[in-house]
Ligand binder design. Structure first.
Ligand code: BES
Ligand code: ZN
Length: 457
């Protein structure tokens, strides 16, 4: 007799963790071109893995950059079809102060957590879904049809996934889209994300003299581009923490008092913020609670700044140029390209005649909000209660998963953001982790969700 899927997961716990470790060892950093071979290796590993659990039509789909992994199992005629999305690429390590306690690509288990780059974002979550499907297939009671789309460019803007989704809408057709790339507040405070912010990621370059100059000979008579850049950047917020770019808030939809009251039930506190981040105090737009500043308000962030001499020792230089990476997180009903144009106009308008500036839009993605009153959301809530022992709360996340909006518009299917990470997993930072209990609870939740969806027909 076949084991039931929950027994199967129990019996294979160690093997599954071992497979996740193997997957995490591949440094599939999509934003750095020197890792392109590793990104491809991760895609192949994934495709082989999907084939080994019984998925069909497994394909490594070539794109202009990193491949997309597709697989399907359509052996339950008449049952609903679920499209499961995740990404196998990861963020760069970037650890100048040596804060990683173990090698980011040599996964280490400490106190029930698996530490590695990509552990929670998103390889751990991708494997959670794959293992749930494996368990259902092995039990012989697969209640739904499944399609997997796992991309290798989420961390660099999903550039090639957009056209793939548009051109393959029929192949990807599904009754529900499940996106596993978000988190919960914590394992003890399960929550489901129902809103993601959009993103407009830009680069601002300021140039002055044709080449670097001696800062003694020319400092004081040539406008230093590093200084001009920070003067520009310093004008982008007012003393209330509001973004000053004209028109920035024009399209921001008003969030109802009911929704704000609902969100206020799981607030972010100053105390928790300090504990999670180590920042000495909270900051941001006055008039909004902390969870609202990330959940329902747009923001503008400086992601990086470079200019002049930043290596060891000193160099008395007046740099020829300065560069900033700046991104805006967007909310309904803002438009990413329009926001980028507004930022660009504003930068141009405040650039002094002593330097020149250029703003380039590097990538952008739409915000997404999913219907919390849908039957699929009810199924998800019940599944979380089964998997984590408590009814989940509903939250709006500050981060972005750019393709979600495209799934909504191209596939016309409801999306469930079935995240299994935790708020303090430190994704994109040092010592990124994924809790083994989250892995186990996530598999239980996903299996339950597919069973409920399948039963409902
Ligand atoms: N998994 C994250 C999105 C996320 C962030 C969920 C924080 C929950 C909490 C996703 O992989 C991500 O990091 N997305 C990028 C998108 C960008 C590079 C286009 C992001 O939000 O910065
Ligand atoms: Zn990420």
């Amino acid at each position: 007799m076949n084991p039931n899927p929950y027994e199967y997961v129990e019996a294979h716990r160690e093997a599954f963790v071992g497979e996740l470790i193997e997957f995490l060892r591949i440094p599939s950093i999509s934003t750095l071109s020197e890792y392109a071979g590793d990104v491809r290796r991760a895609a192949t590993w994934l495709a082989d893995h999907l084939a080994s659990i019984g998925m069909q039509r497994v394909e490594v789909v070539e794109t202009a950059r990193h491949p997309i992994v597709y697989a399907e199992w359509l052996g339950a005629p008449g049952a609903p079809t679920v499209l499961i999305y995740g990404h196998y690429d990861v963020q760069p390590v970037d650890d100048p102060e040596g804060q990683w306690l173990s090698d980011p690509f040599e996964p280490d288990i400490r106190a029930g957590n698996l530490y590695a780059r990509g552990a929670t974002d998103d390889k751990g979550q991708v494997l959670t879904q794959i293992k749930a499907v494996q368990a259902l297939l092995a039990s012989g009671e697969m209640p739904v049809n499944v399609k997997f789309v796992i991309e290798g460019e989420e961390e660099s803007g999903s550039t090639n996934l957009y056209p793939f989704v548009e051109q393959n809408a029929e192949r990807l057709a599904a009754d529900i889209v499940v996106v596993s790339d978000t988190g919960m507040k914590s394992l003890a405070e399960p929550s489901i994300v129902y809103g993601l912010r959009g993103l407009a990621y830009m680069e601002i370059e300021v140039r002055g003299p044709e080449h670097d100059l001696h800062s003694g000979s020319y400092g004081g008579v040539v406008h230093n581009p590093a200084q001009a850049l920070v003067e520009i950047l310093a004008q982008m917020h007012d003393d209330q923490g509001r973004v000053t770019v004209p028109g920035f808030y024009d399209r921001v939809a008003v969030v109802s008092a009911e929704e704000r009251a609902e969100l206020a039930k799981t607030p972010m506190t100053v105390e928790r913020l300090r504990r999670e981040t180590g920042a000495p105090a909270a900051w941001g737009e006055t008039g909004y609670a902390l969870h609202e500043r990330t959940g329902i308000r747009p923001t503008l962030e400086i992601n990086g700044l470079v200019s002049g001499w930043i290596s060891e020792g000193t160099k008395t230089v007046l740099p020829a140029k300065a560069l900033a990476k700046v991104s805006c997180r967007l909310v309904p009903d803002q438009d990413a390209q329009e926001i980028a144009a507004l930022v660009s106009d504003f930068v141009r308008s405040i650039t002094p005649p002593t330097v020149t500036s250029a703003v380039r839009l590097l990538h952008h993605g739409r915000w997404a909000v999913v219907d919390v009153s849908s039957p699929e959301m009810q199924a998800a809530r019940d599944a979380y209660e089964f998997g984590f022992g408590k009814q989940p709360t509903l939250v709006r996340e500050g981060g972005s998963v750019p393709i979600v909006g495209a799934f909504q518009s191209a596939l016309h299917a409801p999306v469930i953001l079935m995240g299994f990470g935790q708020q303090d997993d430190n994704l994109h930072g040092p010592n990124e982790k994924f809790a083994l209990a989250g892995f186990a609870g996530g598999m239980k939740t996903a299996i339950k969700f597919y069973q409920i969806i399948g039963q409902r027909g």
